[in-house]
Write a new protein. Structure first.
Length: 116
């Protein structure tokens, strides 16, 4: 029972969606990350909720890990902070085993330079 509780807690913490800004080096940058936890790397268990980035809100049994979702979050962040466009966009996905090849954590990373 204890292992199941730890597993449920880990699953709840694995699905997150964040948008981070950086203003170092004379450039305005944004990084969007979205993660999900899947059973055997196929069946979605929990994903970050793109409706509530930077909050500990997850969607259960739904996979929000899509490039379209990251691009939507990037566009929303750009517009809310007064930027007109972006350049030098980069995206990649990581795939790692979490619990004896039973659970897999995927993270989609997207970053870009923001332009005023």
């Amino acid at each position: 029972m204890r292992k199941l509780a730890v597993l449920a807690l880990a699953a709840a913490l694995c699905g997150c969606c964040t948008v981070k800004f950086s203003h170092e080096g004379g450039r305005d940058m944004v990084e969007v990350t979205n993660s999900s936890l899947k059973l055997f790397g196929l069946v979605p268990i929990v994903s970050g909720d793109p409706e509530y980035p930077n909050r500990d809100v997850s969607v259960w049994f739904c996979d929000s890990l899509l490039l379209d979702v990251n691009m939507m979050l990037l566009d929303d962040a750009m517009r809310k902070h007064g930027y007109r466009s972006f350049r030098s966009i980069s995206s990649y996905k990581t795939h790692e085993s979490c619990f004896l090849l039973l659970l897999w954590r995927d993270v989609f990373h997207t970053s870009a330079e923001l332009l005023r």
